[in-house]
Ligand binder design. Structure first.
Ligand SMILES: Nc1ncnc2c1ncn2[C@@H]1O[C@H](COP(=O)(O)OP(=O)(O)OP(=O)(O)O)[C@@H](O)[C@H]1O
Length: 257
């Protein structure tokens, strides 16, 4: 684990006094969090503490939940993405998302990757685009001879890398990952973890994980959420070896959660 100081990297995403509600129910309480560019930021905490809710506001995915609303700001490149003028579709291109269960479309591997760019009017060569995204997602060698096969014939781990390729094809700056390995076996998990390390140089990654060893292995920074509050945020090394808060220590040593 390397030591990362927040001050060394410019924040690409930031929450300012952000609260998240479902109807009357507030599930995230006035959080200030800076996500630095080209780093892997892990969000950890017990079930129901608000990790997925927090992740979803980073690309306005919670717009799809009718009761969800926010107070405060989510700032991307200096602009509040909850401002009236924001094009949420554009934000979702720039801030891609990979979900817990691989969710490829029931179409060919090729179509899965090029679908988004195509409907967004991509001008370049779609074959080149697919190859580039699949290479970046470390899947090309396994699928290059069967790009027209159904994506549903791939293994779970391959499907998840395809979903990462699909996100990459949109040329995002940030990739959000919501427990991307929870449906995968240890080998496929290791493959995704290696991939995350490679992707860091090009993208900013925010990953929600239940798995503390995973957070310790792959992230530069860790945010610990508890009952909707940001208890502690800092370098992963510090959070896991010298946490400042007793609650963080109790959680990472497995005393609750
Ligand atoms: N669509 C929704 N409608 C109403 N309440 C919701 C909705 N999604 C989440 N919640 C509530 O918000 C709170 C935080 O949930 P969230 O899924 O963000 O937590 P989490 O930390 O990601 O949990 P887990 O680790 O179990 O996935 C919980 O009380 C949950 O019941």
């Amino acid at each position: 684990m390397k030591e990362v100081g927040l001050e060394e990297h410019e924040a690409i995403l930031e929450t300012r006094n952000l609260s998240i509600y479902y109807g009357e129910h507030r599930v995230v309480n006035g959080i200030d969090l800076q996500v630095p560019a080209h780093q892997v930021t892990a969000v950890i905490g017990p079930s129901g503490c608000g990790k997925s809710s927090l992740l979803r506001v980073f690309n306005r995915m919670n717009d799809f939940i009718p009761t969800a609303w926010v107070k405060g700001e989510v700032v991307f490149h200096g602009q509040n993405i909850y401002g009236k003028k924001t094009d949420a579709g554009l934000i979702r291109q720039q801030v891609g998302m990979v979900f817990q269960r691989p969710n490829p479309f029931p179409k060919s591997i090729f179509k899965n990757v090029v679908w988004g760019p195509k409907i967004n009017g991509h001008q370049g060569d779609l074959n080149d685009l697919a190859e580039d995204a699949l290479r970046k997602a470390a899947l090309w060698d396994e699928v290059k001879d069967r790009l027209r096969d159904s994506a549903l014939r791939l293994s779970g781990g391959q499907q998840q890398r395809l979903c990462i390729a699909r996100a990459i094809a949109m040329n995002p700056e940030v990739i959000l990952m919501d427990e991307p390995c929870s449906a995968l076996d240890p080998r496929a998990t290791a493959h995704i973890e290696d991939l995350i390390q490679e992707l860091r140089s090009r993208y900013t990654i925010v990953i929600v994980t239940h798995n503390m060893q995973q957070a310790a292995r792959i992230s530069d920074l860790t945010a610990f959420l508890y009952e909707g509050n940001l208890v502690e945020f800092g370098s992963t090394k510090k959070i896991f070896t010298q946490p400042e808060q007793k609650r963080t220590e109790d959680y990472i040593t497995g005393r609750f959660g």
